[in-house]
Design a protein around this ligand. Structure first.
Ligand code: CAA
Length: 259
């Protein structure tokens, strides 16, 4: 499938890599780009050979936000009737395999929100995160006011949403927005290493782990723990649980069959 605004490749036959590719606009997230991103994510999710996905941008920008040029003339009727954002930005939420964001440069507005919709973020040391929509007379519209406080707490989320300031990679790691920071030159190697590690494990357990962690954002503690407990119980019905534990007991490497 040929794409105009993204590049798609696989690594080691197991990791789907999607690179946002509107360099002149710092990967501003146009409708066309978001349509293509949704299609590519769904195709990798449906591909039996793929165990994990990576979403990345360029050295200068992961993505500098929604496309301001396109948005400038939108009216309320346009965005409401067209279901702007909901129509094609939230496809990523329905993806069941892990998606890692490898962020270098600017991740602003919708770019920061897109990174937060991924399962975790590995950042290059030059990464800059922000929700600067307030400077445009709007507010974050792709979940920033909800996911940012869950990641970094109310104080920093309010600071960023109200002042529009950026957070560098060091602050982002300290605050819990990103899981690791590495030099830019190592960003893809580190992220690919994490993705390949995930691919080694039972895909059934990987999906269950992702679903269970995500459940913690949707439910109270008792319901969340019950969800986890039932998932945990269910995994004892898999061949991979027998294989993983037998391999440990017999001091050999597990060969998971993803069933
Ligand atoms: N939309 C459209 N075009 C964008 C863009 C965006 N979000 N961000 C950058 N660009 C374009 C610029 O217009 C410029 O195009 P031209 O060369 O044709 O002038 C090109 O990308 C390079 O940008 P700059 O010259 O501005 O580069 P810089 O290095 O001086 O500054 C920057 C980089 C600080 C990221 C600056 O471009 C910037 O502030 N961008 C806008 C960031 C922003 O406000 N994002 C939020 C958008 S709203 C949103 O995302 C809503 C939502 O929640 C869904």
């Amino acid at each position: 499938m040929a794409y105009e605004f993204i590049e798609v490749r696989t690594e080691a036959g197991k990791v789907g890599v999607i690179t946002l590719n509107r360099p002149k606009q710092l990967n501003a997230l146009s409708n066309g780009l978001m349509d293509e991103l949704g299609q590519a994510l769904k195709a990798f999710d449906a591909d039996e050979a793929i165990g994990c996905m990576i979403l990345t941008g360029s050295e200068k920008a992961f993505a500098a936000g929604a496309d301001i040029g396109a948005m400038a003339s939108y009216t309320f009727a346009d965005v409401y009737k067209g279901d702007y954002i909901t129509r094609n930005w939230e496809t990523i939420r329905s993806i069941r395999k892990p998606v890692i964001a490898a962020v270098s440069g600017f991740a602003l507005g919708g770019g920061c929100e897109l990174a937060m919709m991924c399962d975790f973020i590995i950042a290059a040391d030059n990464a800059k995160f922000g929700q600067p929509e307030i400077k445009l007379g709007i507010i974050p519209g792709a979940g920033g006011t909800q996911r940012l406080p869950r990641a970094v707490g109310k104080a920093k989320a309010m600071d960023m949403a109200l002042t529009g300031r950026m957070m560098d990679a060091t602050e982002a790691e300290r605050a819990g927005l990103v899981s690791r920071v590495v030099p830019f030159a190592k960003l893809m190697e580190e992220t690919l290493g994490a993705a390949l590690q995930i691919c080694e494990y039972s895909q059934v357990a990987v999906l269950a782990a992702k679903e269970s962690v995500n459940r913690s954002f949707e439910s109270g503690l008792a319901d969340g723990v019950m969800f986890e407990r039932r998932m945990f119980h269910a995994l004892f019905a898999t061949e991979d649980q027998k294989e993983g534990m037998d391999a440990f007991v017999n001091k050999r490497k597990a060969q998971f069959k993803h069933r």
